[in-house]
Design a protein around this ligand. Structure first.
Ligand code: 6PG
Length: 249
């Protein structure tokens, strides 16, 4: 399983080039699967430019919308119309205009609490997958998008929190976030996120330099522990690179 061991680091010039490269990887994963495609989206600032690109005329016409299903790796436990809602950001940027509504799979935040919401989303994922346990030979997702927060969290799996150790459940409630926004979260777990052909991290901007430095040093933070059973790619821009290696790749 050498492919799952080390992430592949790809360095691009800036945030625009990063969104472009990410869009091309999304298209490549779509092209590689002639059947039903599942993509896990993410929240935060990282993917916004990518979402705009996927909604632009250049990409919109190339996506086989009737074959692609869109999920989300984590959600803030706020109403679906709240600006903090991760899926709302993706819907407004590109999904609502082009994707059939039955192909958009938000984490429901109308449940009584984050645990109930997590259980409902796990059932939805399992119904889509057609089984209650994950078969390594049959990944749940074609592609999962990820980001890395300032504390090294990814999805809503925070360092030192019990949810990062979950090995059984596919989705968990996270009562308290470690960074802003301090709202409860619902997150896919490491094994559910790993069940993909490609896990693609987008890490851009000077603000990310401290955390990218720690990740590249191999600290056992959630963003380092999150790996695809297939290919893991860290797409980073020059501004996020540690001083010592900037411009050197
Ligand atoms: C969320 C995200 C989260 C994100 C990182 C990075 O709900 O906050 O899904 O996991 O990817 O926090 O976010 P930024 O790019 O905004 O720092």
């Amino acid at each position: 399983m050498a492919a799952a061991d080390q992430p592949k680091l790809i360095v691009v010039a800036d945030a625009e080039a990063l969104a472009q490269a990410a869009a091309e990887r999304v298209m490549a994963r779509i092209a590689a699967n002639p059947g039903r495609i599942a993509i896990g989206l993410t929240g935060g600032s990282g993917p916004k430019k990518l979402y705009q690109l996927l909604g632009s005329d250049a990409y919109r016409g190339k996506i086989p919308w009737d074959r692609v299903h869109w999920f989300i790796g984590d959600e803030r436990f706020v109403p679906e119309n709240d600006p903090l809602n991760n899926m709302a950001v993706a819907r407004a940027a590109f999904l609502d205009r082009s994707a059939p509504s039955g192909h958009i799979h938000p984490i429901p935040t109308t449940a009584e609490n984050p645990d109930a919401s997590a259980a409902a989303y796990a059932r939805e994922l399992q119904a889509f997958y057609g089984a209650e346990s994950l078969d390594p030979a049959r990944p749940l997702f074609d592609l999962v998008l990820m980001g890395a927060g300032p504390d090294g969290h990814t999805a809503s799996l925070f360092p030192g929190y019990p949810e990062i150790e979950e090995t059984g459940r596919w989705v968990v409630g996270v009562p308290k976030a470690n960074v802003a926004p301090f709202v409860p979260r619902v997150s896919l777990t490491l094994p559910a996120l790993a069940s993909c052909r490609e896990m693609l991290f987008e890490i851009a901007g000077h603000d990310k330099q401290p955390i990218l430095t720690r990740l590249l040093n191999g600290e056992t933070l959630p963003a380092v522990r999150a790996r695809s059973n297939g290919e893991t790619v860290w797409l980073v821009d020059q501004a996020a690179l540690p001083e010592g290696i900037r411009g050197g790749r």
